[in-house]
Ligand binder design. Sequence first.
Ligand SMILES: [Zn+2]
Length: 224
Amino acid sequence: MQPTKLLYLEDFTQLESTAQILDISEENGKTVVILDQTIFYPQGGGQPFDMGIITGKSGIFMAEEVRFVEGTVKHIGNFSRGSFTSQETVHCSVESRIRTINSRIHSAGHVIDMAIHALKLNWIPGKGYHFPDGPYVEYSGKVDAQNKETLQKDIERIANEFVQENRETTLVFNGPTRVVMYGDFGIPCGGTHVSNLSEIGKITVRKIKIKSDVIRVSYAVEGV
Ligand SMILES: [Zn+2]
């Protein structure tokens, strides 16, 4: 199978596109649709997958799950009507409410990175979890347990200052690498992001948890 062209890497504001059907198969009682190109974000980098609708001449497909498997994006779900034919041109539409929430939560994680960088804590970013049910970012580094509460407030305050600066996010391509610029702060990341940091809304740093040398910063964004 040829690799799927990842349109969301070039423009994460694009929620509608056309694509060509390359393959339709069955897997575990679900239908898997492979396209030549996609705007659907497959789960990865701690960010949940997009959902949405793929519409063709004689079929409507509900994409309930999107996964990246060896260069190919699998759109997994069910036909609510008809089916597609091979090579057919279809219309893809990403559910904007879910994408917006995912991008806001994901971008907030990077803004927390920026705040930690600004505080010169020398923490090394590790895993991120950007799901609505309790997002967090993890770091390896040192922190004095007594300073935890002050730190929590400082990170929250600085993160919200970045949000209020209305920084635009822009894309810089360097060969195969894409760097997302949050103002002057560069982030090499393949996820979807807000176009302007103000779209994130207020960030709350809920908790800092230290377990051996892993520091977990749990956060929330306004209204999620
Ligand atoms: Zn990211």
